[in-house]
Unconditional design. Sequence first.
Length: 194
Amino acid sequence: MSNTSFELDLLNFQGEALELDFEVPGRSAPWLLANVEAALKIDEDEPFRAELDAQLVDTTVHLGGYIEGTFYYKCGRCLEWREINLDESVEFVLMSRPSWDESYKGKDEIVLDESDMNVSYYDDEIIDLRPLLREAVLLELPDFPACPDSLSDACDTAYERLVGDEVLDENEANSMDLRWSKLKEIDLEEDDDS
């Protein structure tokens, strides 16, 4: 089954496992990085792809497969954009809402093991897989992006050019801390009418 909707229709299950193949160009997947810091972006021309095998056991859906796509991050040191290619395996377990409530809700203390970390729930016959795929992507992208060791010389050069000691000294001499530079753009002139 190949589509671009990133949905799983539970009515399609007839006791057989389903093979789900989703693929869209990066420009059609803004939901992957919605409300995320501007230091991450997806390659708009390259495809984002998810291949998943889905199995329904009673009311629990087991999904396993992989995601792949090309993303860019801004190095936190040199401020240059760097490419990262994701090709990661994923695994999800989706329980029906009543089953999930019975297992997890209303208990004072729940002891979770590693298998519980990928468990979520669904409410309807059509499951939107985008939130799960988004979470999987965000968990694989770097928290504090930095250039790989193979680009350390390029990172050092860009750092010196953009943020290095000379630039910092110059900004300090001009009484400008880079973290507060946007404040210089604020117009503080008051009207004479007040």
